[in-house]
Ligand binder design. Structure first.
Ligand SMILES: Cc1ncc(COP(=O)(O)O)c(C=O)c1O
Length: 496
């Protein structure tokens, strides 16, 4: 994708594209990073903006000295970038930062919304949710029901709108909100979140959208048409999936959802006055939702990353990724022995740059290990914190395994087969990265009997090379990096 247009548009670069590792066959090659669904690499100019701010670093919540004024202004700017990114109206919506990803916000929203309407004790979540958008609702709500998906395993599609409507009608006046991902972290399949919002609102329910896997890949507006009934009530996402590692999680929420109730967390920076017997919470957003000292540097880094993405244009980013994704899907589908999960036809079921697959007869742990050790292709394997969805997609295969589920060792026997390999794309992914993945898969399928004896599986389903072991600290050692930086020849102007 980088080759296609980035170099001709803005020249943004990312930290870690040239990283090289030694491989099991003795070669030293460039890493092919295909794990962007977990975390994206850092956009270097956004990191540079944050580093520049560090020269002015001070806490926010003050306008008095120069540095506090600069920090407060930059932090406000970061909020503004978030609102712009999803085309929110700053008079009607508030953006706020918390935690290190969207998990913190989903927990807060689950607690808060349960208290807001205790008489509505049902929450609907889809079958494809990441645990972060399922377990918090289970913990804080009377009852969570899972909305089924269209199609059948292994090629399930998006949320089944007819089934959703039936659930809303069966539980009339009981559904507090629907929590739904804009795109799956397992298959990249996109849910029609604005149609879901319209259905939810027609039944008096709110809609909370987990856009963590969506926003780096395609444009998302709070309301696609501008109609209020299609507007999302809350959107959450993780900055580390948007080219800003170290940044906080983000929520954009309709102000009226929050007004009139106490914020979920209390502390400094969000009160107008406190006496020994009472306190008065400020009505100002986002202050009232951000108790304590915020992650100023991380938020500004994220604001800068969002700004760059907007300069490039999310429509353009989406189009370029789709071209690469279609090539990956077509080439993978053409390899005998590759099984792709989720409807693989992007015209029928839109999806973003995430593809999960298995190689027939080969454990996902073995595939991921060989891709790493012999091809320097970084993919993720397992259930990707979406156990119910992955199990549903794998159901026909798991049934065919002929393992007695009641047998004492059933869990251990099932473990190596209960998972997938996931390749995920980012703005920096190139044809070369895709080619390396495909070459690795073809190589493994041609000579599985060569590779298998080289590995030892463990009880968790991970495969370890019997001879090739490089400890992480041999590749990166924080203390050695410090030694280097503190060497007299490297000390610059900021020397103590
Ligand atoms: C769809 C989805 N939701 C939620 C999360 C949780 O994000 P975080 O760990 O950044 O809080 C993830 C992380 O992979 C995700 O992919």
């Amino acid at each position: 994708m980088r080759d296609l247009f980035l170099s001709t548009v803005l020249h943004p670069t990312f930290l870690g594209l040239a990283t090289r590792y030694p491989l099991a066959d003795g070669r030293i090659t460039r890493r092919h990073y295909l794990d962007s669904a977990a975390s994206t690499l850092a956009l270097s100019c956004a990191r540079a903006v944050a580093d520049e701010l560090l020269h002015h670093y001070a806490n926010t919540h003050s306008e008095l000295h120069f540095s506090a004024r600069i920090a407060s202004h930059a932090y406000d700017w970061a909020h503004g970038q978030v609102l712009k990114f999803v085309q929110a109206n700053p008079c009607r919506h508030a953006a706020f930062f918390a935690g290190s990803g969207c998990t913190a916000h989903l927990n807060r929203l689950a607690r808060f919304l349960a208290l807001r309407r205790p008489e509505r004790g049902v929450v609907l979540v889809s079958l494809m949710e990441h645990h972060a958008n399922d377990l918090p609702h289970r913990k804080h709500t009377g009852r969570v029901l899972h909305i089924p998906l269209t199609g059948a395993a292994p090629t399930l599609g998006a949320v089944d709108l007819a089934a959703l409507e039936r659930l809303l009608e069966q539980h009339v006046s009981q559904v507090n909100y629907i929590a739904i991902s804009a795109a799956s972290n397992v298959t990249g399949i996109v849910n029609p979140v604005h149609d879901i919002a319209e259905l939810a609102h027609a039944h008096g329910a709110w809609v909370v959208v987990d856009a963590s896997q969506y926003l780096a890949h395609a444009p998302l507006r709070l309301s696609d048409t501008g109609a209020p009934e299609r507007e999302l009530d809350a959107v959450v996402f993780s900055g580390h999936k948007l080219y800003a590692p170290g940044s906080p999680g983000v929520a954009v929420v309709r102000r009226t959802l929050l007004e009139g109730s106490d914020p979920d967390e209390l502390g400094g920076g969000m009160v107008d006055d406190v006496s020994l017997s009472s306190y008065q919470i400020t009505s100002r957003f986002p202050d009232r939702e951000e108790a304590g000292t915020p992650n100023i540097i991380g938020a500004v880094q994220l604001g800068a990353a969002l700004n760059v993405l907007q300069r490039i244009g999310m429509t353009r980013i989406h189009a370029a990724e789709q071209a690469l994704l279609r090539r990956l899907l077509a080439e993978l589908s053409a390899i005998p022995g590759v099984r792709i999960y989720g409807d693989p036809d992007p015209d029928r079921t839109p999806r973003l740059g995430v593809v999960s697959f298995n190689l027939v007869g080969l454990e996902h742990g073995l595939v991921a290990a060989v891709l790493n050790d012999y091809h320097n292709v970084a993919v993720r394997n397992g259930c990707f914190c979406a156990h119910p969805y992955v199990r549903e997609l794998l159901k026909p295969e798991l049934w065919a395994l002929d393992i007695d589920p009641d047998a004492e060792n059933a869990v251990a026997l099932l473990k190596p087969w209960q998972g997938m390999v996931r390749a995920s794309l980012g703005l920096y992914t190139t044809e070369d990265d895709i080619a390396a993945l495909l070459a690795g898969i073809r190589d493994l399928l041609i000579r599985p009997d060569y590779y298998r004896p080289l590995y030892q599986p463990d009880a968790a389903g991970n495969f370890h090379h019997r001879a090739f072991r490089i400890p992480a600290e041999a590749l990166f050692d924080a203390e050695a990096a410090l030694d280097r930086l503190l060497a007299p020849s490297n000390l610059g102007d900021d020397t103590l």
